[in-house]
Design a protein around this ligand. Structure first.
Ligand SMILES: Nc1ncnc2c1ncn2[C@@H]1O[C@H](COP(=O)(O)OP(=O)(O)OP(=O)(O)O)[C@@H](O)[C@H]1O
Ligand SMILES: [Mg+2]
Length: 280
């Protein structure tokens, strides 16, 4: 059984028995996992294996058909409508919990009519009720952290993809989330821009941020994540310490998946000879 039964004090996120279908298509089948504080969990799997759906069920962008999501020990309460469909029991609870989960998407999703600074302060001011001056101070620090101090007044259309994604990361961090959820944060980027975004995520891991990262960057997952979960057709096919799982996979499906990845941007066989953390 992958999930501890007791709720440890340091469990930042726990999902248990998550199931989700779209019509006849079963996309998540009894998925359970727990992230303790400071865990970085990489989620790998072929296209269509349910990775995005898993993240979207965690922050209730999709409503799971069955199973539980706990954030910081708090269960997201669900109920069934008259047709038996699951739905959140308390919208305000969902809003509150969602504010504790920082989501970074493949397609940046910045507000195009707002500058970088305005993008970063928008939710802290309007959702958290932070005084504007405090939000601006926080944004300055975060934009410096992601290397965008010179782009505060730029609009998203005038940024490179890598800069847009770093701004999106700063925007998510501005809510001081308990857990960051990344859905393929580099797969929409030109290859030469991937490294700058991975470096920011690597720095966050070294700071001890709790993160779930869906990625195709196997070398990065191996270096940066503490644990790896491999999804196959909506089930957890294999999971464990990242180095163990990625260097010595047991499941034939994971072996096949990894052999297809060897020619990715960070080849596994190159990084597996580095004992320390290598640069991006
Ligand atoms: N809203 C939806 N309605 C119907 N089918 C959906 C919906 N969202 C996802 N699916 C289907 O669910 C399956 C899993 O999709 P999901 O996006 O979770 O996969 P993924 O592992 O993230 O894939 P990728 O690596 O391509 O991003 C796919 O077959 C997809 O077509
Ligand atoms: Mg996806």
């Amino acid at each position: 059984m992958a999930v501890a039964q007791r709720e440890d004090a340091d469990t930042a996120l726990r999902v248990a028995g998550l199931c989700k279908s779209f019509g006849d298509l079963e996309v998540l089948r009894d998925v359970s996992l727990a992230a303790h504080e400071h865990d970085v969990i990489a989620i790998l799997g072929a296209s269509g294996s349910g990775k995005s759906t898993l993240l979207r069920c965690i922050n209730l962008l999709e409503v799971p058909d069955a199973g539980e999501v706990h954030v910081g020990g708090e269960l997201i309460r669900m109920r069934r409508d008259r047709r038996g469909q699951a739905m959140p029991a308390d919208r305000r609870q969902v809003d509150r919990i969602r504010a504790r989960l920082g989501m970074v998407f493949q397609q940046f999703n910045l507000w195009s009519h707002l500058t970088v600074m305005q993008n970063v302060i928008e939710a802290p001011v309007h959702v958290l009720g932070l005084p504007r001056r405090e939000a601006v101070d926080r944004a300055h620090a975060l934009l410096e952290k992601v290397g965008l101090s010179d782009k505060l007044d730029a609009y998203p259309a005038h940024l490179s993809g890598g800069q847009e994604q770093r701004a999106a990361i700063a925007r998510a961090l501005a809510m001081e989330p308990a857990v960051m959820l990344f859905d393929e944060p580099t797969s929409a980027l030109d290859p030469e821009l991937v490294g700058e975004v991975l470096k920011v995520i690597r720095d966050l891991a070294e700071e001890g941020r709790t993160m779930l990262i869906v990625t195709h960057e196997v070398g990065f997952a191996r270096d940066v994540s503490s644990r790896t979960v491999f999804l196959h057709e909506g089930r957890i096919e294999e999971e464990g310490a990242s180095r163990a799982v990625l260097d010595a996979p047991r499941s034939p499906r994971l072996k096949r998946f990894l052999s297809g990845e060897r020619y990715g941007t960070l080849p596994l066989d190159q990084s597996s000879h580095n004992e320390g953390r290598s640069g991006p």
